[in-house]
Design a protein around this ligand. Structure first.
Ligand code: 5GP
Length: 193
């Protein structure tokens, strides 16, 4: 999506450790007009899928997922990060290793909000090594729901997540794929799509 690529070029900041900061329009301050266009683009890309629910992960995915959900006219469920889980049978849970914080945590979704009748689109802001998305997919599998696809705002194509997910035959759409980025020069290159 050209508009997102242009915004990343203009306002994105490349940090050491393969981190792209987009706090001014995506992760801290949020450009809702841009999110709206991203939502329409995801709707176009997944138009043939019978999606009735969007699943994302706390916290940075929630804003985007909510605006995307307006294009699909479906509810959003976000997986909550839990310090410790009560194994009381009320929740589905999986483990996620945080790319930005380098620690493992449990994510949970109440069994009330994911069931075998659901056709789910996973939405997240970034795809790096794929841990967050794989954790969400595990929750969907545990619930018996159908995974219809994964929509990502910014994929870092030089990390493993995208390849891993596509190899599993999952319908993955990333609106911008960063092919390379350099903290020293600030240069960002995108994959042609
Ligand atoms: P993964 O689980 O694919 O390794 O990482 C995805 C998660 O880590 C996303 O939910 C996102 O919050 C965070 N993340 C990964 N890479 C970046 C990055 O370069 N910039 C920002 N802002 N977040 C990132």
């Amino acid at each position: 999506m050209k508009k997102l690529e242009e915004r990343i070029q203009k306002d994105g900041v490349v940090k050491e450790g393969n981190v792209l900061k987009v706090d001014s329009f995506l992760n801290h301050q949020m450009d809702v007009e841009l999110f709206n266009e991203m939502g329409k683009e995801f709707k176009r890309l997944f138009q043939d899928a019978p999606i009735n629910k969007i699943l994302t992960i706390e916290a940075s995915g929630i804003g985007i997922a909510c605006i995307v959900a307006q294009s699909f006219h479906v509810p959003v469920v976000f997986a909550k990060k839990a310090q410790s889980i009560n194994i009381d049978g009320e929740v589905f849970s999986s483990k996620v290793e945080s790319f930005t914080h380098k620690r493992v945590y449990d994510v949970i979704v109440s069994k009330k909000y994911l069931s075998p009748e659901d056709h789910v689109l996973v939405i997240d802001d970034f795809l790096a090594n794929g841990c967050a998305v794989m954790g969400l997919i595990e929750l969907i599998k545990s619930s018996g729901a159908t995974l219809e696809g994964v929509g990502i705002a910014v994929e870092k194509g030089f990390q493993e997540g995208g390849r891993m997910i596509r190899e599993q035959g999952i319908h993955l759409e990333s609106l911008a794929i960063v092919e390379s980025m350099d903290a020293a020069t600030g240069k960002i290159q995108f994959r042609e799509q």
